[in-house]
Design a protein around this ligand. Structure first.
Ligand code: NAP
Length: 298
């Protein structure tokens, strides 16, 4: 259930719980705590945040739980992100990226306050910044690492070249690239990121594994096509949960990805966990892959 990410000493749960939608679940602090406790019972100990989630509110909603129950901190791993700036009536007019040293350090200090913790297990640069200065990011990472505020570092939504450029200036390894991947989004097969990460032994975290729910809404030709394939595979494997099939499709890949479940329903997190025991036969894996592609393989 646990994985040493990219052969580092960083141990995360293979299934991660995403907290991006926490502000939409309308949980009380107690309900959030119960949700976290149930996730931990299921073996899901890693929680994925970003400074901006819920318009800068989700980290604090989670932090309320840690304030009331500080003993939880030693049982979980916290991932958070920096680098996106959202508009704010008083200070900022537009949505943009900021990966300057001062922004990264200030944003981590704010995340630590919000989350009521004194360290972050894994910090990611949320999006590639066209103005990124890899030397500045490296300086920020080293400072955060030396002070013990952040243990490990990674990126998100980076291309192969963006990953290589940043890594070339860093003395510490980039342990993950958090990318979007699902039968609905095969982009990283097509741009070779998957093969690059395989070469480098980097385990990616995978966001929107269910395409944010689009896989099940049958609102367009592509989702209908994938849904049909999922139902056929479910029947062949005698499994009644289609989300378990999707998680198995992701977990069966040799890259050993860490899917991030975005649901606020513990039953759906259980469906993800069940996929850990389900090896998807190659033939059925391809049925789903081809439904996502929309055509046969050559
Ligand atoms: P997801 O698991 O693909 O989607 C979750 C959404 O799908 C929820 O609204 C959920 O609703 C719905 N859903 C789940 N199962 C369903 C089902 N069987 N039928 C219908 N709807 C279903 O993941 P995500 O929330 O888009 O992303 C997961 C996490 O990835 C986020 O929390 C965040 O931590 C991370 N993320 C990272 C980036 C990045 O740029 N790095 C971008 C986006 C997200 P219910 O809650 O009602 O189950």
């Amino acid at each position: 259930m646990k994985i040493n990410v990219s052969n580092s000493a960083l141990e995360l749960s293979r299934i991660v719980q995403g907290m991006m939608r926490l502000n939409q679940w309308n949980f009380s602090v107690k309900e959030t705590e119960n949700f976290i406790l149930k996730a931990i019972d299921l073996g899901v100990t890693t929680f994925d945040h970003a400074d901006i989630y819920g318009n800068y509110t989700c980290e604090s909603l989670f932090g309320e739980v840690l304030k009331n129950n500080p003993s939880l901190r030693s049982k979980i791993q916290i991932v958070t992100k920096t680098g996106i700036v959202l508009p704010n009536k008083e200070k900022r007019r537009i949505h943009y990226y900021d990966t300057t040293k001062s922004h990264i350090i200030n944003s981590v200090d704010q995340s630590l306050k919000n989350l009521n913790t004194d360290f972050i297990d894994l910090l990611l640069i949320h999006r590639p910044d066209p103005l990124m200065d890899p030397m500045e990011i490296a300086e920020a990472f080293i400072e955060l690492h030396k002070s013990g505020k952040v243990l490990y570092f990674g990126v998100s939504n980076f291309s192969i070249q963006q990953f290589k450029t940043l890594q070339s200036k860093l003395s510490i390894p980039i342990v993950t690239n958090q990318i979007e991947l699902s039968p609905y989004n095969l982009e990283h097969f097509q741009n070779d990121n998957i093969y690059f990460l395989l070469e480098k032994n980097v385990n990616p975290m995978v966001w929107s594994p269910l395409a944010g729910g689009k896989l099940f809404d049958a609102t367009n030709e592509k989702s209908i096509r994938i849904l049909t394939a999922l139902k056929e595979v479910a029947q062949e494997l005698n499994i009644d949960k289609l989300d378990t099939i999707v998680y198995s499709w992701l977990l069966s890949h040799p890259l050993k990805v860490l899917p991030i479940s975005g649901s606020g329903k513990i039953e759906r997190l259980k469906n993800a966990i069940e996929a850990l025991d389900l090896q998807m036969p190659r033939e059925l894996w391809f049925k789903i892959y081809k439904a996502g592609l929309g055509h046969d393989v050559p």
